[in-house]
Design a protein around this ligand. Structure first.
Ligand SMILES: Nc1nc2c(ncn2[C@@H]2O[C@H](COP(=O)(O)OP(=O)(O)OP(=O)(O)O)[C@@H](O)[C@H]2O)c(=O)[nH]1
Ligand SMILES: [Mg+2]
Length: 573
């Protein structure tokens, strides 16, 4: 299979975008009766083109009318390239300009220009129109794009345009596979059998049949019952495809354009991001906190509040940074592009790249960028998985499952060695440490961690010959309470001492009790009573009960009515 790219049309109303898609693919992207009737695209349309090279293009056809610019914005999120349409008859028009700006803000970097309606103008006019177009796109990502004169009605230039599109496919990088699939939904409808079908452009990773996915906002869980791309069923599908998913577990009215499908638990859901903001040079005022805005990200339109970071306002033609507040939580990543429009004036203001999906520094101090180091440094320590959720990047852990900066690592190591040194012979109880500190401790050469205690590597183990051991051992089957409780606890943990019913025995005393039980059962296989054991052991009932409970727990003996009989672990004598 050849390469596949998703290409959005763009351009002023009536300039011939849909006609061109129809002429090339045979599919009329205007799906609705109203669109056909009015000769006007209202909503997104879709068509597929198999190129002679073997490569393929999925077209997303957008409306040109300024009233439907929201739909246009939903269509260009996640596309690889554009087919920019300008009619030779009218030349550059307001939505030619606005669409070009939007494509730039949305991060589209590749495309071709079709100068349509060539058959309606003479050569001289066509030449002038082409010069004007070249002039308008100078300095933008379309500066070097070929301008192909076409006529969709008589077929002029279509072969040349197809050749130019083959070039675009060949030179546009494939959608990256980062193992993190995400699909912004641009259409949803009830499946003919059961379930709900959602369509969109898949990016970031693969999806498979039977995958469990989550739809945000809301976090509804669903199963991928079937996958289709270009009308064909498949078991799995990679990034960069137009995809239809049949989802079970969500009903038709629970999903809509602007919702987004991702894998569970892999994404940070955010209602607050820091983002770069390039303000359009053509805007007649600076962007400040005032004003009601709408942000477009993926296929979603979301009303937002903004706060300018740093200076009070970002002037036209300048690049600043803003904090954006959304009423809904979305799975976003640094590098996602957004477009900002002023809702009152229906005017595109600017846009750019999302830089931080979990800003934790106060807006007055925030200096967002896309560096991983900043995200790590602001937190000191962060888990590898969490860092991936916040940045999309997976890096090797510094210690355990944690990542930090070299400075924070050195500082933590130093502090831990100090703590361990101070704890001295008794050692530092690692239960008091945070998880990342424990992970660091495990890797510090000067420190030895045994069980739950950390000591300097050179230090002798004070528990090996701890006086409490001898004390308890001397007590035999009726020991006194240990003089050093903390030490006794650690020795119990190590198995040197045994605690039962709040009495601490030496393990040898238990072994000896097991041998006594075996002896008594050898004499009388019917079993022995507590009283009989007490007579033989010669200690008070309190100790006997604890000893027998321990023997029962170990499977040395078993209780049957009033007597003890042999258990599976009864020693041979
Ligand atoms: N002669 C001629 N007419 C064209 C050409 N392209 C489009 N038209 C006509 O121009 C009108 C508008 O074409 P559309 O394809 O609907 O334009 P559009 O850009 O998709 O319009 P919107 O989606 O509403 O923005 C239709 O009547 C077409 O028949 C062309 O290349 N030559
Ligand atoms: Mg159209």
């Amino acid at each position: 299979m050849g390469a596949l790219r998703v290409v959005a049309t763009a351009g002023h109303v009536d300039h011939g975008k849909s006609s061109l898609v129809l002429a090339m693919t045979g599919t009329d992207p205007d799906r609705f009766a109203e669109e056909k009737q009015r000769g006007l695209t209202i909503d997104l349309g879709f068509a597929h083109l198999a190129l002679p090279s073997g490569d393929e293009i999925s077209f997303v056809d957008v409306p040109g009318h300024s009233r439907f610019v929201g739909n246009m914005l939903a269509g260009v999120g996640g596309v690889d390239a554009c087919l920019f349409v300008v009619a030779a008859t009218e030349g550059w028009m307001p939505q030619s300009e606005e669409h070009l700006r939007i494509l730039e803000l949305a991060g589209v970097r590749h495309g071709v220009i079709a100068m349509t309606k060539r058959g309606l103008v003479d050569d001289e006019w066509a030449e002038i129109a082409e010069i004007e177009i070249a002039d308008r796109v100078a300095g933008t990502f379309l500066a070097d794009a070929p301008i192909v004169a076409v006529d969709s009605l008589d077929g002029t230039g279509l072969d040349e345009l197809v050749a130019a599109l083959e070039q675009v496919v060949a030179t546009t990088p494939a959608s990256a596979d980062r193992g993190r699939p995400r699909m912004w939904i641009d259409r949803s409808f009830a499946a003919s059998g059961s379930g709900t079908v959602v369509t969109g452009t898949l990016t970031g990773g693969q999806l498979h049949r039977d995958d469990v996915v989550v739809v945000w906002p809301g976090g509804r869980s669903a199963r991928v019952r079937a996958i289709e791309s270009h009308g064909e069923r498949c078991d799995e599908i990679g990034p960069g495809h137009r995809v239809a998913l049949n989802l079970s577990g969500v009903s038709r009215d629970e999903v809509a354009r602007g919702d987004v499908v991702v894998e569970p638990d892999r994404w940070h859901l955010t209602d607050r991001v820091d983002a770069e903001l390039s303000v359009l040079a053509s805007l007649d005022h600076a962007v400040s906190r005032r004003g009601a805005y709408v942000a477009y990200v993926g296929s979603r339109e979301v009303p937002v509040k903004v706060r300018v970071l740093g200076d009070d306002a970002v002037a036209p033609g300048e690049v600043g940074a803003i904090r954006v507040f959304s009423p809904v939580e979305l799975p976003l990543l640094p590098g996602d592009r957004y477009v900002l429009r002023e809702s009152g004036r229906h005017e595109t203001v600017g846009g750019g790249e999302i830089l931080d999906v979990d800003p934790i520094v106060k807006a007055s101090k925030a200096r967002p960028d896309r560096s991983l180091t900043r995200v790590i440094a602001e937190r000191g320590w962060i888990e590898v998985d969490e860092l991936e959720r916040l940045t999309g990047e997976r890096v090797p852990a510094t210690a355990g499952r944690w990542v930090t900066t070299p400075a924070d690592l050195a500082h933590t190591q130093e502090r831990l060695v100090e703590m361990v040194t101070e704890a001295g012979e008794a050692g530092l109880d690692v239960a008091v440490l945070a998880d990342h500190e424990r992970a660091v401790l495990d890797a510090v050469d000067e420190v030895r961690v045994e069980g739950s205690w950390a000591r300097l590597a050179g230090a002798a183990d004070p528990f090996v010959d701890h006086p409490v051991i001898g004390e308890v051992l001397a007590g035999g089957w009726s020991p006194e309470p240990p003089s050093d409780r903390a030490a006794a606890r650690e020795l119990v943990r190590r198995g040197v001492l045994v605690e039962r019913d709040r009495i601490v025995f030496h393990r040898e005393a238990i072994d000896e009790a097991a041998r006594l039980a075996a002896t008594m059962l050898a004499e009388d296989a019917e079993g022995f009573t507590v009283a009989a054991f007490r007579d033989r052991a010669g200690v008070s009932r309190k100790f006997v009960l604890a000893l027998l409970a321990e023997l029962d727990a170990r499977g040395v003996t078993r209780r049957r009515g009033d007597v003890r009989i042999g258990g599976p672990r009864l020693p041979q004598i």
